[in-house]
Ligand binder design. Structure first.
Ligand code: THU
Length: 132
C-alpha cells in the first residue's frame, strides 16, 4: 500500500495503544483498521482479572469496525513495544480472516517508534479455518 496511508494507519495504532487497559501484563497493544471506503477503526487490548476474558487490540478494532457499520477492511496496523515488529496472535489472525476471506488484508507490523514492516494475512495464516 502507499507509504503515506500506511504511515498514517501505523500512527493511529500507536495512539490507540496509549488507551490500552493492561494492568496485569503491562503489555500495551494498539491496532487500527482501514476499510475500503477510507474509514478507520482503532482498538487496544482490554485485560480482565479473569485472564482468559482479555480482548486483544486487533479484535477490539474488529469489534469497533463492525459495531460502527464498517465493512471491507483492506489493512490493519498493529503496534507494541518490543524488539521485533508486532505480529497478531493466532486467534486474531483467524478473526481477521473472517473479514478477509481471500487473505489479501495488508498487515502493518509496527514498533512504537513508527517503523513498520508490511505483510499479508495469507502470509501469516495460509490455511484459515472456514465453515463450509
Ligand atoms: N495481545 C494483543 O492485544 N494482541 C496480540 O496479538 C497478542 C497479545 C495482548 C493481550 C494481552 O493483554 C497482552 O497483549 C499480553 O498477552
Amino acid at each position: 500500500m502507499d507509504p503515506k496511508t500506511a504511515q498514517e494507519l501505523v500512527d493511529q495504532a500507536i495512539s490507540a495503544r496509549e488507551k490500552a487497559y493492561a494492568p496485569y501484563s503491562k503489555f500495551q497493544v494498539g491496532a487500527a483498521i482501514l476499510t475500503k471506503d477510507g474509514k478507520t477503526y482503532q482498538g487496544c487490548n482490554i485485560e480482565n482479572a479473569s485472564y482468559g476474558a482479555t480482548i486483544c487490540a486487533e479484535r477490539a478494532a474488529v469489534c469497533n469496525m463492525i459495531a460502527n457499520g464498517g465493512t471491507d477492511p483492506i489493512a490493519i496496523a498493529i503496534c507494541y513495544n518490543a524488539e521485533e515488529f508486532a505480529v497478531p496472535c493466532g486467534i486474531c489472525r483467524q478473526v481477521l480472516s473472517e473479514f478477509s476471506p481471500k487473505g489479501d488484508l495488508t498487515i502493518l507490523m509496527a514498533k512504537t517508534d513508527g517503523t513498520y514492516r508490511e505483510t499479508t494475512l495469507s502470509a501469516l495464516l495460509p490455511a484459515s479455518f472456514k465453515l463450509n
